[in-house]
Design a binder for this molecule. Structure first.
Ligand code: EPZ
Length: 417
């Protein structure tokens, strides 16, 4: 079980490229199942969640080759339509394979992806929508047995919540349905737009991605495509939080500033100076942040729930009181008990966390229990007095490509053991 050893209070400086977006790569990898021929996917981050998806593609019979951040994927050899539990359980997002396998093969048998560290993670919106597209889905003994013997049929689907995964699942399935599908109250995240861009490069007819209503005209088949994955806005936010927690100036390269439109103002209110131009961000933090007032997580374009934990960690040493409201997931404050062990003063009541800024945190042995909680502990340890020993690094590796290497290149004293 690897751990991270961090000696805090080191200023960061220099510049670094932001990795490709995990939450764009995962649905796009599933969507390659729909296409004929060999896809080339560029800027795909090297993460355990990505490896889990590649394992599922290989199990289904796809040909998968990787050269650094470029993936060559062909689904021509697909010969299965079931995904075993040991592959499904590795990452929550494997549910997005449901729509892809069903649309391509007419059948799909997979276990419930299961809850995860941040909440029960139901899939009722996925199942309701796919049934409205004509799928017959039987739920028994913890797995789903799905079929669409006559193919899927386009329908008007309204989501009671703009679920990212459900929007992706429906969009993928609808590409090969007969007729037109309209998704009302669709998620608007940049990763949805990236998935639609890839599918349209394959010949799909998707209109309105990024808006609340998405229209998909079904096709008979899709061709392979070359696609470059967008940068990871949550990794960018995390690196900003690292600089904010250490009073540093850094430059982030390869970002799309419009994807950070709800994140940048929070840092600016806390006293940071941010300049974005031509895919570059110059970030400069004061020696001590002002408080972050109230940060409410919302569906895009609101403040992203995935940035809550690293942002809260930076708020622990701000001057004054910061309030966070986590509106998306039920159990996304598990990092707080560990931050309190490092001297943070945070009280939670349901969805609300109240952070009373302290002058400094102190290093400690802490344990990560989920992906973004792990990132929060890294942010806190960088600004803390003394050394920290962070276990549960496997969670970090799900979403951050060599974060400790990136940070040590920026001047942090951090190493993985
Ligand atoms: C995606 O998860 C992301 N994961 C999450 O990132 C992100 O936090 C989330 O979207 C919200 O932006 C990937 O893209 C792989 P949702 P997803 O469906 O699709 C409820 C990270 O750290 N819901 O938008 O699972 C659900 O319980 C991860 O990178 C239902 O009730 O999120 C949650 O409360 C964590 N029924 C809310 O909706 C459903 O059928 C948002 O979930 C589906 C979801």
């Amino acid at each position: 079980m690897s751990r991270l050893l961090v000696t805090g209070r080191q200023k960061l400086s220099g510049e670094t490229y932001v990795q490709g977006a995990k939450n764009s790569a995962l649905p796009i990898l599933a969507a390659t199942i729909l296409s004929k021929g060999e896809n080339v996917i560029y800027n795909c981050p090297q993460l355990t969640d990505v490896e889990a998806s590649l394992g599922i593609l290989r199990y289904l019979g796809c040909d998968v080759r990787r050269s650094n951040s470029t993936l060559l994927i062909s689904a021509d050899g697909i010969c299965r339509s079931d995904i075993p539990h040991e592959l499904m359980r590795k990452t929550r997002s494997s549910i997005v394979f449901l729509g892809a396998v069903l649309a391509r093969t007419g059948r799909a048998k997979l276990t419930f992806p299961g809850g995860c560290e941040i909440g029960p993670r139901p899939i009722d919106l996925h199942l309701k929508a796919l049934r409205e597209l004509g799928a017959v889905i039987k739920e028994k003994h913890g797995y789903l047995d799905c079929s669409a013997p006559n193919g899927l049929v386009g329908a008007k689907v309204t989501l009671s919540f703009p679920s990212v995964g459900a929007t992706e699942d429906i969009m993928i399935a609808a590409c090969l349905a007969s007729g037109t599908t309209t998704i009302i109250n669709a998620a608007r995240e940049p990763e949805i737009v990236d998935l639609a861009d890839y599918l349209n490069e394959c010949g799909a007819k998707i209109y309105g991605a990024g808006e609340g209503v998405i229209v998909i005209d079904g096709c008979d088949s899709l061709e392979c495509a070359h696609h470059t994955i967008i940068p990871d806005r949550i990794v960018a936010a995390t690196l900003m939080a690292c600089a904010a927690a250490t009073g540093s100036q850094i430059t982030l390269k390869g970002i799309i500033s419009s994807h950070l439109a709800s994140i940048i103002p929070v840092f600016e209110d806390a006293g940071c100076k941010i300049r974005c131009r031509d895919g570059c961000m110059k970030f400069s933090a004061p020696s001590r942040l002002y408080s972050m007032k109230t940060v409410r997580t919302m569906p895009y374009p609101g403040f992203p729930t995935d940035a809550q934990a690293p942002m809260l960690a930076a708020a622990c040493t701000a001057e004054g009181t910061s309030v966070f409201v986590e509106n998306i997931f039920e159990n996304r404050y598990r990092h707080i008990s560990e931050l309190v062990r490092m001297g943070a003063n945070v009280k939670t009541e349901g969805r609300v966390a109240v952070v009373e800024g302290v002058s400094s945190l102190y290093g400690a042995s802490v344990e990560a229990t989920d992906l973004r909680g792990a990132a929060a502990l890294v942010v806190a340890s960088l600004g803390a007095d003394g050394s920290s020993d962070i276990s549960g690094v496997k969670y970090l590796e799900r979403g951050y490509e060599n974060l400790e290497v990136t940070l040590s290149e920026l001047g942090a004293e951090i190493k993985k053991i």
